[in-house]
Each structure stands twice: as structure tokens, then as C-alpha cells.
Design a binder for this molecule. Structure first.
Ligand code: SP5
Ligand code: ZN
Length: 346
């Protein structure tokens, strides 16, 4: 399967994240994409550098205010104080209910809080460059599918994107690559696009971007937000609003649930996609459903990822795969390529 890969992902390399009040090494590391790249090459898949500029699509799924903040965040952080180039910025204050988010403060930390859903998404010098390259890959993939030059494309990019909403970052995500791909497919002529999110964590950003729209169906299977990140979205009663009513499907599963139960939920998701008569599919391919994932609690084995790919292939739709989470880095290549090769029936 044709794969987009950009070396720019290395530019996003923060050192630490917060866990239980302590700084711990980041789970979302450059090694992840390199393991996937190596496995793709080993199995003979073609790697190409994205050529599309995602700016126009980014402007349709994110706010101008947020994009402007993110593009210049590192510059502004470094300008704030001597030595900041060697430090990581973290938000420490957020505009929760009753506080105003319409006015953008001048203070950098206040702006960082305004545009963040958590303190777990550290920025580094090249975050914008890496995230932009991932969005460019998503835009390139959508363009190729729209022009019928490819049937399916895999975007091997990081940082991931599905927690990023129209105007916020979160959960290691900055730009919503799946949303860029879906919007690109819509603009390229697909009347109905389905986004299937199989990451362990609910794709709150993608859901929120398309929540009021009937042209993009969002479906997610994930750890129940009652106990699992992102906690504040992803429940079964979130079904869409306005024109989008009925076009959002959440299938929360208990942490620790069995593989057969996971595949039952996948089957329900696939039946809904078929009923929607989607013209194209975007898969938010999180691989943190793997049994050995260090931060997640599902139980999929490497061969289960082949079965996932096979089921998605049966949908018979032009498909963009976008890499999301998955933190058992050394096994990430095998698991990702298993999905792709299952899809291809190889
Ligand atoms: C894209 C994606 O998968 N984002 C996940 C963000 C999860 N953020 C919360 C991480 C909590 C880490 N918990 C560590 C438990 C170690 N035992
Ligand atoms: Zn995840």
C-alpha cells in the first residue's frame, strides 16, 4: 500500500510529559514512526513524501486563531524568557465553565491553556513543522483517492491528531489529520465520508469537528470514558446534533474487555458504515488496543490486527489510514503493517 512518510516528524521531540504530578519520559516518541517505516520497507511497501499543502483544509477544520497560535507557539515561548529554548512549556490554567474563551489573553501560558484540553501534550521546537507534515500527508492521501490514482493510502505520521479539536490540542495531538483527510475527500467529490476511529482512546477532537454534520459519519470504539482518557467525551448517548443528529456513533467498551467483544463492536461499526452508504473511509488507526500497550487496557494480539484489516477491506471503500496512538513502539511496525496487509488481502 502506498504510504506517506516525512522525516519532519523528528522535529516534534519533547522530552517529558506529566503523570501523577511527576515528569516521565514521553510515550509518544519519534521511534514509533521509525519502527513503522522500517517494517513497511521490509515488507516492500512504497514510501513517498507528501506533496500537498494542507493549509486550505486545515482552515476548514481548525480555527484561524488556533492555527496562528500553534504555528508561532515555540517562537513566543522562547521569546518569553532566557533559557526557555531548553525548557518545555506546559499549561497551568484553563478557561473552564464560567470563564471566557472568546478573548485571547496576551500572556503565553494563558494562551497555551486556552488552546489545550490537558497538560499532557508537550510542545517542542518543531511541533508545528511535524504536525503540519502529518496534515500534508492526510491532504495528499485524500487527493490521490479523489483522483482515483490509489484505492488506499496509509499516512505514517506523528504526532497523532484525533484528540485535537477545532481550536485545541490534547492527548499528544495538535492538528487533526483524520479530519483533514475526511474534509479533503469531501472536497474531492465524495458525498459521504465515514471516519472510523479504532484507537483505544475516544477521538473527541474528530467527533467535535463533525458533530453537527450529516456528510461525515464519525464512529469510535474505545475504552469507556467513565474510566479512560479523554474522560469528558465518548459516551454512547452522543449521537450528533442539528443536521448531524444520528451521524455520530460511540461504542465505549470496558477497560480490560475481551478480543471477541472488541470485534463485536467493530462489526456494529462496519454495519453502520455500510448503512450510511459511505463513498470513502478514513480510519483513525490507533494501535494502543494492543495487549502490551503501556498505557491502555484492551487485549488485541498481532494477528488480530490482520483480522481488523480484513474486515475493513470487506467494506470495499477507498480508504485513508492515519496513524494515531500506540505506545508499544517496537511492535508498532508489525501491528500497523498487519492491518494494511489484512486490508489488502495479502
Ligand atoms: C493519541 C493517543 O493515543 N493519545 C493518548 C493520550 C493519553 N493521555 C493520557 C496518558 C496517561 C498516561 N497513563 C500512564 C499509565 C502508566 N501506567
Ligand atoms: Zn490512544
Amino acid at each position: 500500500m502506498l504510504t506517506f512518510f516525512s522525516d519532519s516528524h523528528h522535529a516534534h521531540a519533547p522530552q517529558y510529559e506529566f503523570f501523577r504530578g511527576e515528569r516521565v519520559p514521553c510515550f509518544e516518541t519519534p521511534a514509533r514512526a521509525e519502527y513503522v517505516k522500517a517494517r513497511l520497507a521490509e515488507r516492500g511497501h512504497v514510501l513517498r513524501t507528501p506533496q500537498a499543502d494542507s493549509r486550505a483544509l486545515l482552515a476548514k477544520v481548525h480555527t484561524a486563531r488556533y492555527l496562528n497560535f500553534l504555528e508561532h507557539a515555540w517562537r513566543d515561548w522562547v521569546a518569553l524568557e532566557e533559557g526557555n529554548g531548553q525548557r518545555q512549556p506546559f499549561p497551568s490554567v484553563w478557561p473552564v465553565r464560567t470563564l471566557r474563551s472568546d478573548v485571547e489573553p496576551a500572556n503565553f501560558t494563558a494562551r497555551l491553556g486556552l488552546y489545550s484540553m490537558d497538560n499532557g501534550s508537550p510542545l517542542s521546537a518543531g511541533t508545528w513543522q511535524a504536525a503540519k507534515a502529518g496534515a500534508d500527508a492526510a491532504a495528499s492521501a485524500a487527493a490521490l483517492l479523489s483522483g482515483n490514482s490509489e484505492r488506499a493510502v496509509f499516512c505514517c505520521s506523528r504526532p497523532p491528531g484525533h484528540h485535537a479539536g477545532a481550536d485545541f490540542m490534547g492527548g499528544y495531538c495538535f492538528l487533526n489529520n483524520a479530519a483533514v483527510a475526511a474534509q479533503g475527500l469531501r472536497d474531492g467529490g465524495a458525498a459521504r465520508v465515514a471516519v472510523l476511529d479504532v484507537d483505544y482512546h475516544h477521538g473527541n477532537g474528530t467527533q467535535s469537528i463533525f458533530y453537527g454534520r450529516a456528510d461525515v459519519l464519525f464512529i469510535s470504539l474505545h475504552g469507556d470514558p467513565m474510566t479512560e482518557y479523554p474522560f469528558y467525551l465518548g459516551h454512547a448517548d452522543e449521537t450528533g446534533e442539528g443536521e448531524g443528529a444520528g451521524f455520530n456513533l460511540n461504542l465505549p467498551l470496558p477497560a480490560g474487555c475481551t478480543v471477541p467483544r472488541w470485534f463485536e463492536a467493530l462489526e456494529a461499526a462496519c454495519l453502520r458504515i455500510a448503512g450510511f452508504k459511505a463513498d470513502a473511509l478514513v480510519v483513525s488507526l490507533g494501535l494502543d488496543t494492543f495487549a502490551e500497550d503501556p498505557i491502555s487496557k484492551f487485549a488485541l494480539q498481532p494477528q488480530d490486527f490482520i483480522r481488523l484489516g480484513e474486515r475493513l477491506g470487506k467494506l470495499g471503500l477507498p480508504t485513508v489510514f492515519v496513524l494515531e496512538g500506540g505506545y508499544a513502539a517496537a511492535e508498532l511496525g508489525t501491528n500497523a503493517v498487519n492491518v494494511i496487509e489484512g486490508y489488502e488481502g495479502r
